[in-house]
Design a protein around this ligand. Sequence first.
Ligand code: UDP
Length: 462
Amino acid sequence: MAQLIEVPVTTQDAARLRPHLLPERWDRLAAAGRQRVRTLWHVNSTAAGGGVAEMLRPLIGYGRDLGITVGWLVIEADLDFFTLTKRVDNGLSGVRGDGGPLGAGEHRVYRRACAAAGAGLDAFVRPGDVVFLHDPQTAGLVEQVAALGAVPVWRLHNGADQENEHTTAAWHFLRPYLADAAAFITSMPHFGPAWLRDKPTATITPFLDPLSAKNRSLSPRETAESLGRWGIIETRSSPTDPALRPTILRSGGPTPEDRPTVVQVSRWDDVKDMAGVLRAFAEVVAPATDADLLLVGPEVTGVADDPEAGAYFERCAQQWRRLPAEIRGRVHLVCLPMSDPDAHATVINAIQRHATVVTQKSRSEGFGLTVTEAMWKATPVLATAVGGLRLQVDSPQVGVLVAPSASPAAFGAALLELLSDADRRRGIGHAAAERVRRDFLPDTHLLAELDLVAGLRLEATV
Ligand code: UDP
């Protein structure tokens, strides 16, 4: 039976953000919190794993400290529901996913789960509250939020640069559920069909939290220690901690500390094209360098709303097994448990800092926080020119983009070029961190969200 669960969030001291922000931004942020804002809610489908959960925790934590009343609910439902919403989500990204139908039977599954979950809304949401409903998993709650006299704003995180049969089918499925939405939010202005623009729409990009375990600064020593403890790199100083149990598919030992390392951190999902990175590395980069490749994702049972991860990981594993022995020894498929979120985030932080280059070879990408995270750490990024990655890497000074249609060989060639040019990597890394400071820290997001709420010109609080 589907239900809504409140996620506890600790208030975070917003003033600690100040040294990371552009100077003029802090004053605006502090003033925003003093305005009288309605109670806000965020509803999504998982409290851990994936970009949305990553963002909501600090948004709510800092928001509360600034004086905003804001809470977080997650929808819990069965596998049928998440298989279906994953299909819709893939469609919104313009990809096929599991290729299953989106017909009357699927509407029944979807409606039943949303009705059951929505029945619990009134335990949390009051008339006049503004409820941000994130992604396809929550579109079915729009009507019930409106019926309660609250204000539903539907927030789409993924998106496709071009319409195709998959986007058409997914939007056709969702449209009936969105009729009562007061406003829409997308990560890029061109995401979504034209009819979204019949309502107020805002483009609000995701952001990263510079103080989180994922993004806080780590010294080179802390970085090496973390990677050593997890058994990811071989260091003399930090022995492996047997309590941390990553599943690492590799034929030799950990990667040596001083070896150039290419990294992609992603969910195990075809849209992220880990398999394409593996191929580009094996065909072009490995024969020409002594670099290692780390493909890093969550444990395949770890993300509640991602039932296809296991099958995709297995596909990468098969590809890995077919590699020539010498190259196979330099490719590591790393699955990290999520059971301790802080430890998980810290090792991802360390991996992104340790990387010589971070890739994000996505076929489509709503925004791509993994790229923001690498940029903030001054690690140079090579990514495909899709969705939010184009927005982030808005010039060759802050990263390298390759056309999504480029062959694995062309992606490999760009990777090889970047690996071979230390000066360029340094320049890109430095500029990339400043790019993130300007547009992708919590201040920008919070202010944009409050502007949207103010722009709705809601009647006085009920
Ligand atoms: N992530 C993680 N562990 C992993 C893989 C990904 O913590 O094993 C995090 C990653 O650091 C980022 C988020 O999950 O913060 C992924 O967000 P992104 O926008 O890149 O992609 P999404 O998964 O939302 O499509």
